[in-house]
Ligand binder design. Structure first.
Ligand SMILES: [Zn+2]
Length: 245
């Protein structure tokens, strides 16, 4: 039981501190350029790809074999695809934030982040169940990756005239589902190694989809230049370095 509580608390902390820190960064940066935002979103995407491919999935494959691992990835991708189909087009980066209304853009972005924070929490919880070192390095990578996400949702809210307190509150709320994910991940993880492997690869699949389908395309839509590509590459290198620790 103790491990479940620890995992849940870690999930809440990583989620709330990560996106919350992004919200605080928004106060300090005021109005960052599109180039900066594109780079930072690319960084969040690259970091995720490296952590999923070099840390999370190899562990899942090692625990229960390739078949279970790939089944988990497919399940994860299928679930986010369904969610994506149910939620109407959220890609406001094609047009400007102004066309959408800044606050609305921020809220929709925040909702997307809140929803995908659950499987990321699941990765932390099942990672901890598999191996303490894996869980902690996943928590660290996901925490870093949450900051640009918090920044991305806070920026339009700030520009739209939301008060600092409301912006901070919104970023904190978006981080909360991560705690629930970590709770479920550890709970399932205590049942069997097969289930840990399935949870890890499931979370890995959803994270790959979010990265390939949202973070990277968004980084390119926000800024059509080399900076966002460099951001992605820098994120991948940082993720590999983190996995090697
Ligand atoms: Zn995320």
């Amino acid at each position: 039981m103790n491990t479940v509580i620890t995992s849940t608390l870690l999930g809440f902390a990583v989620g709330i501190i990560g996106t919350g820190a992004g919200g605080i960064a928004a106060f300090m940066l005021k109005r960052p350029s599109r180039r900066f935002m594109g780079t930072v979103l690319g960084l969040a995407g690259g970091l995720m790809i490296a952590v999923v491919c070099f840390e999370l999935l190899p562990e899942a494959f090692e625990m229960a074999g390739l078949t279970t691992g790939i089944a988990g990835i497919i399940l994860g991708v299928a679930l986010v695809t369904i969610i994506d189909l149910l939620v109407p087009d959220r890609d406001f980066t094609q047009r400007s934030f102004r066309d959408w209304g800044y606050i609305r853009a921020g809220i929709i972005l925040g909702l997307g982040i809140a929803v995908h924070n659950f499987p990321e929490g699941l990765a932390i919880g099942s990672g901890l169940a598999a191996d303490l070192r894996l869980g902690l390095s996943l928590a660290l990578a996901i925490g870093f990756h949450n900051m640009p996400e918090g920044l991305a949702m806070a920026m339009p809210m700030m520009i739209g005239g939301y008060s600092k307190v409301r912006v901070l509150l919104a970023t904190i709320i978006a981080g909360v589902p991560m705690g629930f994910g970590a709770f479920v991940g550890m709970l399932l993880g205590e049942i069997s190694p097969q289930l840990v492997s399935l949870c890890l690869s499931f979370a890995g699949g959803t994270m790959l989809y979010i990265t390939c389908g949202e973070l990277i395309p968004k980084s390119q839509n926000v800024y059509r230049g080399r900076a966002s590509a460099f951001g992605i590459i820098l994120g991948i290198i940082a993720g590999i370095a983190l996995s090697a620790l």
